[in-house]
Design a protein around this ligand. Structure first.
Ligand SMILES: [Zn+2]
Ligand SMILES: [Zn+2]
Length: 338
């Protein structure tokens, strides 16, 4: 099979490797669509990588034993290799599993772990069925396009009476704009990149503020009668945006962090949290029980499909990474067999 690899700084290509084989209740999936996520960061930094990606959509083609899927099933491939047995897995919060499989140890080879490939292996319970009226392309939005914000909005109970601030309008933040709009919320966005600012407006954001030019906090307070937004979602992973979310959210409001960040964000327990009554949430992906609702958004929102800005054949992965790194894009999909 073919798979995409990062060969060096801004250099990607294809490699030929052995096809993986199904084992126990891990099914073999023929990948149709590969949604691109944060892998461009390795492409830009020149981190060589042979096993790329955590998002895929495809078709089950073989199983080793009777399990939760069968050949012919169209599926969304959920991320990670969680144990399926611990308390968190059983509750659907498998993304936080403490006993994830060592892929290579379990299957005997690391091949089949990458999603930037024509075949992969996955525990059958993490292959979510795609309704017959949803295309492979659109089903891919159930991963890191609509997924992370959906999980966070469920936790914060975002609804029609809320004004929501979204910081960072990459594919995940733009997915947040779609999800918030679908729930009837009013949406404000903080984003500096011109392409993404336009996209956020096109997806229904009421205002898109530029941190480089606007006094964003002041503008948000003006737009909310001085109170601040009801709920904030950071999709940027930028410390200043974390701070903005805390400062721009009203008393008794909620803030969720979705954008990954390894740096320190400071907050003050009394003025920021205790006196303000603010709730902070870390949110990574979504509980598996929410998957049918995300499919409902994909089916019913006229804006969801607009999250897909580019579709490239896997053979053009070099160009696809260049576009991804430019940030002039929302969600980019690769077609695994072209
Ligand atoms: Zn587990
Ligand atoms: Zn992702």
């Amino acid at each position: 099979m073919k798979k995409a690899v990062i060969l060096g700084e801004r250099k990607a290509g294809l490699a030929d490797v052995a096809e993986p084989r199904p084992k126990d209740d891990w099914a073999l999936v023929k990948v149709h669509i590969i949604p691109m996520c944060t892998e461009y960061k390795m492409f830009v930094a020149g981190h060589k990588a042979e096993y790329l990606g955590h998002e895929a959509v495809g078709e089950v083609i073989a199983v080793a034993q009777p399990c939760r899927v069968q050949p012919g099933d169209r599926v969304v491939v959920q991320p990670q290799y969680p144990c399926g047995k611990c308390r968190l897995c059983v509750a659907g919060d498998y993304i936080h599993c403490l006993h994830c499989y060592d892929f290579a140890k379990f299957t005997g080879s690391p091949e089949g772990s990458a999603t930037y490939a024509q075949y992969l292996l996955k525990p059958s319970w993490l292959l979510s069925p795609i309704p017959s009226d949803v295309s492979y392309e659109h089903a891919g939005l159930a991963l890191c396009a609509l997924g992370p914000s959906f999980g966070a909005f469920e936790t914060m109970r975002v609804g029609a009476f809320d004004t929501v601030l979204i910081t960072g309008a990459g594919p995940v933040g733009l997915g947040g704009v779609v999800n918030a709009g679908f729930r009837g919320a009013r949406v404000l966005v903080a984003e500096g990149h011109p392409w993404r600012r336009d996209k956020a407006l096109g997806l229904g954001a009421e205002a898109v503020l530029d941190p480089a030019r606007d006094d964003v906090l002041k503008r948000i307070l003006e737009l909310t009668d001085g109170a601040g937004v009801d709920k904030s979602l950071d999709c940027s992973g930028v410390v200043q945006a974390h701070r903005l979310c805390i400062d721009a959210t009203r008393r008794r409001g909620h803030v969720a962090f979705v954008g990954e960040c390894g740096q320190d964000t400071t907050f003050r327990a009394s003025p920021d949290l205790i006196r303000k009554g603010l709730s902070l949430h870390g949110s990574w992906h979504y509980n598996l029980s929410l998957y049918p609702k995300i499919m409902q958004v994909i089916r019913s929102s006229p804006l969801a499909a607009k999250l897909i800005s580019h579709v490239f054949p896997l053979s053009e992965v070099q160009h696809a990474f260049t576009v991804s790194a430019s940030h002039d894009c929302a969600k980019i999909l690769l077609k695994a067999w072209e």
